[in-house]
Ligand binder design. Structure first.
Ligand code: XMP
Length: 318
């Protein structure tokens, strides 16, 4: 039977209401479709008991904090923005291992949620976890591919009870629910963004400098691919972004030797993120992306296009 978003919404609102009872709950939006859908369902289920927050980790998309503020305002959601940039950069100092980074981020999110929950006397955390998140985090006896920050990245001890209304859904189903809920297309059709943010697009240790590089590079990739899609040159990939390698290579700028970073451009076709094929981007679009990245980001001297499918690769680098 095909997935029925209307029916799902009715059932889910009822289930959330039952789970939360008379307690207060907090939920965090990240700007992505999953968290906005979960927050909207929760707002329908327990209005007046819900506290919506947005954590600025410093590892979000360019201009994301302003965008989230605007969307929340348009949806009539009262939003509390928490500036946690220093906390995340300090916490990630010296951490190079992908799973270690994910655990640090998961833990920091929960500690911040707990602090906010205390202020609003909330007993529940409503999260937009979807099926691939827990499947890839080793759910139901599967191997852990990566600990999604909202599942395997959670600390063992936490003071909040979880409520995860989208747990059984895949991304395309979440999009259908978002559309049915009346969310703007810019949200329900938005490309996925990983919970740990740009940290999984920076291979190795995260620094503020690297976060800025990858943020600017992602912006260029999104810009150019959006323009190419609009011009009818290619179909919209499922996900498209840039990542940063930790090593530098030699190049030239003007007449001088330069020693600069390498950016990887990634674009994939997928239905649910569980498997993916790299997108065939027209060469003129790739060239424009490369030229813009090396011109606009002076510390990047090389751009490569990732032609790996999943498997054996994953969509994100870490
Ligand atoms: P991978 O890299 O595992 O990504 O092929 C599959 C999809 O999941 C996103 N992703 C995450 N989403 N928390 C999330 O909410 C995470 O920790 C996480 N890690 C990866 C990724 O962007 C892709 O859409």
């Amino acid at each position: 039977m095909p997935f029925d978003p209307k029916k799902f919404i009715t059932q889910s609102v009822e289930q959330i209401r039952k789970a939360i009872g008379k307690e207060q709950a907090i939920t965090a939006v990240s700007g992505g479709v999953d968290s906005f859908v979960a927050a909207t369902l929760a707002a329908r289920a327990v209005p007046g008991q819900l506290h919506v927050i947005y954590v600025d980790t410093g590892l979000m998309r360019k201009n994301e904090t302003d965008e989230v503020r605007k969307t929340a305002k348009a949806l009539g959601v009262e939003l509390k923005v928490i500036d946690a940039r220093k906390r995340f950069f300090d916490g990630l100092k010296g951490a190079g291992d992908p799973e270690g980074k994910r655990k640090i981020i998961g833990e920091l999110f929960i500690r911040i949620f707990e602090e906010e929950a205390k202020k609003s006397r909330a007993a529940f955390l409503i999260q937009g976890t979807i099926a691939p998140d827990w499947i890839e985090s080793g759910g139901l006896g599967r191997d852990t591919i990566k600990s999604h920050h909202n599942v395997g990245g959670l600390p063992e001890k936490m003071d909040l009870r979880l409520c995860e209304p989208l747990r059984e859904l895949y991304k395309h189903e979440v999009r259908m629910v978002g559309k049915e809920l009346g969310l703007p297309e810019s949200i329900h059709q938005r490309q996925p963004f990983p919970g740990p943010g740009l940290a999984v697009r920076i291979v190795g240790e995260v620094t503020e400098e690297k976060a800025k590089i990858v943020q600017d590079a992602c912006f260029v990739v999104e810009n150019e691919i959006d323009a190419a899609v609009k011009a009818g040159k290619m179909e919209r990939p499922w996900q498209y972004f840039a990542a940063l390698l930790p090593s530098k290579t030699v190049g030239v700028r003007g007449d001088e030797r330069a020693y600069q970073y390498t950016v990887i451009v990634r674009a994939v076709r997928s239905l649910d993120g569980m498997t993916a094929n790299f997108s065939h981007i027209p060469s003129d679009v790739l060239e424009k992306i490369s030229t813009r990245i090396t011109n606009e980001i002076r510390s990047v001297g090389r751009v490569a296009y990732d032609i790996t499918n999943k498997p054996p690769g994953t969509i994100e680098m870490e």
